[in-house]
Design a protein. Structure first.
Length: 219
């Protein structure tokens, strides 16, 4: 990023999970980064994602429960839905909205009403619609452990469908004076999956995204 912008330093203002594509905020000046970081910490930010899930989701799903560290997992960072009174469990809310459904897959827009670690991925698994390409919240977390140790194994493509989780941070906007917003077009690997596995041509995908975005009013 420094080379692309021709600057000596760069400041990270927002981030995404590893292997999630989409909007990441970088600032040339520390003051601008602090401005965005403060808004994020104060929860004055809204995010929208696009994802490809396994299973045919026929209607919107709203998930509202509590997330915390998975006590049964070998992976320290893995989250799981827990009881409200569980130690360090935090409220998490996610809304899944199907855009297109076919061939046992769902192309969805996702809105988060909270910002917990791995929130979308954990909620998708809990709801029974795990992300395509998901190594940690997928069919077997041992794939994730082996991936961390040895790297990608090509035979996994038959199980996972993609080399990474099919999750894309499409839009990020701030609720304050100025109301900056940032967006990123759908990643190419997800576009290719939609075409080859769901029969959705690029023009159709872009039209579907534009259609659902046009219906958003202060969400």
């Amino acid at each position: 990023a420094k080379e692309y912008l021709g600057v000596d330093s760069i400041h990270l203002a927002s981030r995404l999970d590893r292997e999630t594509s989409g909007v990441v905020l970088l600032a040339k000046h520390k003051k601008a980064a602090s401005h965005w970081q403060k808004a994020i910490e104060q929860k004055r930010v809204r995010r929208r994602y696009l994802a490809i899930l396994r299973g045919e989701m026929q209607e919107n799903i709203e998930v509202s429960n509590f997330l915390g560290k998975d006590p049964d997992s070998e992976v320290f960072v893995k989250q799981r839905v827990l009881l409200k009174n569980s130690k360090k469990a935090k409220k998490a809310e996610t809304i899944f909205e199907p855009i297109a459904v076919s061939n046992q897959y769902s192309f969805c827009r996702i809105r988060t009403l909270s910002g917990r670690k791995h929130q979308i991925r954990a909620h998708a698994q809990w709801a029974g619609y795990e992300l395509v390409g998901e190594k940690l919240y997928g069919p077997d977390e041992k794939i994730y452990l082996e991936f961390c140790e040895k790297g990608w194994q090509e035979e996994w493509i038959q199980t996972l469908g993609m080399r990474r989780q099919a999750l894309h941070g499409e839009w990020l906007g701030f609720d304050h004076a100025g109301g900056e917003s940032f967006s990123a077009p759908l990643a190419q690997d997800m576009m290719e999956f939609l075409e080859s596995n769901m029969g959705l041509e690029r023009k159709r995908v872009l039209g579907l995204i534009a259609h659902i975005e046009a219906g958003i009013v202060d969400q």
